[in-house]
Design a protein around this ligand. Structure first.
Ligand SMILES: Cc1cc2nc3c(=O)[nH]c(=O)nc-3n(C[C@H](O)[C@H](O)[C@H](O)COP(=O)(O)OP(=O)(O)OC[C@H]3O[C@@H](n4cnc5c(N)ncnc54)[C@H](O)[C@@H]3O)c2cc1C
Length: 534
């Protein structure tokens, strides 16, 4: 299956142009952190495809991990991350992120983030897989909202940062093997070519490729697909973290019930009231996410019930209401009192572990292109992300990319010129297409055949269907967001399925019933699945 180089036709001789020192694609925690690291004498343009508040970062609930308690150590945090990562983390990257985490958290405090306090100090909670209390949080369970409020305010106040929202990045522009900018779509202007000395990709993950997901609608893997089309390497695309506990009530958006709820002592029960995690894992409800998600999947199959339940009724009412005001509010909307009622939950796609390969500084394999945050595979998460390690990854790598891109941009000629680039989408199919229908079919297929438990037969079937859809969807030129998003979702789905077929073992979040064991003989020594457009 050949993936076309660009989604849309353009011609630099006729296009509208914009020039900037650094282009940052994405205004979540990673993108804005990168922008804020760039010195004032360089121009930064940050693009977001929706409102700037619409990102996974804004929806983060539980918090940010960092060693801040006296009885905690860097070694503990490193060890917890490595255990969750199931043999695929890069230790040097884990050590780097863990050591820089406290300073990044302090920086957020300095920028006005109001974290929750206990006796005048940062309140710390614990989540699954963490051996110590080390998660700072804000607004109880509204960490992302508060952190992004402070960062967005800071970015808006910076004279050298321009924020363009509602700006869809369609593709990365390349010239002689170097990333030189991006082609974007803006309301009222339509296509615009942005030329940049350096580009930072921070466009987040692709949870929307699954029907059940905690991610907001912006998470359609556009940046991953664009990086692939531009020739950057992606790796470990088979690893998608499923969050074990997503609210499962007919008519509700799939709202995340944070891990911190189990961290504070909530139980998981099956439909008959049994605490199934007691038998499943010595860490009980605080086992890593992949373990809990699979236990829930098995329990749903055993009981033939579409969900399990979270039970907080034994916890002090005041603690529950103070710690989880957001979750309480959403559940109340469905007539559920979280202090007394059992809350129906099931797993949903939550965090894209695979992504664009970056080195320890945030460089991708495509010169001129840097990347940070959920769009990347940095080596931090391995085969399974430890809870609350991703906001911190966005901060640490965002700052590295900002610094690196600024240094590289400063060494380049002072003025930029448009390059002679053009592309025409050939053989445009003109029959009308029900984009929503294909999108829904893809998302349902991914749950059925590329979900928590996988096998070769079902993945082959999934690949056949996706390839068939790609044949007639990727050959078109769309003029709206839904069409481009479908093209990107199909592209990342294809990469995910191919990676999952190649990895004939079970590791971390990737569980295959036909290869149920981890196979270090073939997949040890940090062997990744990698992919690059030929
Ligand atoms: C419900 C929920 C709860 C979570 N809780 C936690 C938690 O407690 N702790 C933790 O560490 N992690 C948590 N995570 C994960 C964490 O929020 C994300 O991994 C992290 O925020 C990713 O940040 P990012 O900057 O890489 O991407 P995002 O925050 O997703 O930002 C992506 C940006 O890219 C832009 N973009 C995307 N496509 C395009 C395009 N085509 N053109 C232009 N712009 C584009 C978007 O508009 C957005 O601005 C949670 C995630 C979810 C969904």
């Amino acid at each position: 299956m050949t993936i076309p180089r660009y989604l849309v036709s353009f011609d630099s001789r006729k296009a509208i142009h914009r020039f900037t020192d650094v282009l940052v694609i994405g205004g979540g925690i990673a993108g804005l952190r990168a922008a804020l690291e760039i010195p004032p004498h360089l121009d930064v343009l940050v693009t977001t495809k929706d409102k700037i508040t619409e990102s996974n970062s804004s929806y983060a609930q539980g918090g940010i991990a960092g060693v801040l308690a006296k009885d905690d150590t860097f070694e503990n945090h490193v060890e917890d991350t490595l255990i969750a990562g199931d043999g695929l983390c890069h230790r040097d990257v884990v050590e780097l992120v863990v050591r820089e985490a406290p300073e990044e958290i302090e920086k957020l405090v300095g920028w006005g983030t109001q974290f929750d306090l206990e006796n005048g100090h940062l309140a710390l909670t614990r989540e699954g897989g963490h051996s110590h209390r080390r998660i700072v949080h804000a607004l109880g369970d509204g960490t992302g909202h508060e952190v992004m409020r402070a960062i967005i305010e800071r970015a808006k106040a910076a004279d050298n940062i321009t924020l363009w929202d509602e700006t869809f990045t369609l593709d990365l522009l390349t010239h002689e093997g170097v990333c030189v900018g991006a082609v974007c779509w803006r309301p009222g202007i339509t296509k615009e070519l942005i030329w940049a000395k350096q580009v930072v990709l921070a466009s987040g993950g692709c949870g929307m490729v699954y029907r059940e997901t905690t991610n907001p609608p912006v998470a359609t893997g556009d940046g991953m697909a664009a990086a692939y089309r531009a020739g950057a390497e992606l790796r470990d695309m088979e690893f998608m973290q499923f969050h074990p506990t997503v609210l499962y009530v007919a008519g509700s958006a799939r709202f995340l019930i944070s891990e911190a709820v189990r961290g504070e002592g909530a139980y998981l029960r099956d439909v008959h009231g049994e605490r199934f995690m007691l038998k499943d894992d010595p860490r009980h409800e605080l086992a890593p996410r992949d373990v809990v998600a699979r236990a829930i999947f098995r329990t749903m199959e055993r009981t033939q019930h579409p969900n399990v339940y979270l039970d907080l009724s034994h916890l002090p009412k005041e603690v529950v209401l103070t710690r989880f005001p957001g979750i309480n509010k959403v559940c109340r909307g469905f007539g559920l009192d979280i202090t007394t009622d059992r809350v129906p939950v099931r797993p949903g796609a939550h965090y894209t572990i695979g992504g664009v390969t970056v080195d320890a500084e945030g460089r991708t394999t495509l010169p001129g292109l840097w990347a940070a945050g959920e769009v990347t595979s940095s080596g931090l998460h391995g085969a399974n992300r430890l809870a609350s390690n991703s906001l911190i990854e966005g901060l640490v790598y965002g700052s590295k990319c900002g610094r690196g891109a600024a240094e590289a941009a400063a060494k380049m000629p002072t003025t930029l010129a448009a390059l002679p680039l053009r592309h025409a989408v050939g053989d445009v199919l003109s029959e009308s297409l029900d984009v929503a229908d294909v999108t829904n079919s893809l998302r349902a297929l991914m749950v059925r055949k590329m979900g928590i438990v996988r096998d070769r037969t079902r993945m082959d079937e999934a690949l056949r269907d996706v390839d068939f859809w790609c044949r007639y969807v990727l050959a078109r030129e769309f003029r709206d967001r839904a069409g481009w998003e479908l093209q990107n979702l199909l592209t990342v789905a294809r990469l995910m399925i191919a990676g999952a077929i190649e990895r004939d073992e079970s590791r971390g979040t990737h569980y295959r019933s036909d290869f149920p064991m981890r196979d270090d003989a073939h997949w040890g020594q940090l062997r990744h699945t990698t992919t690059k457009r030929g």
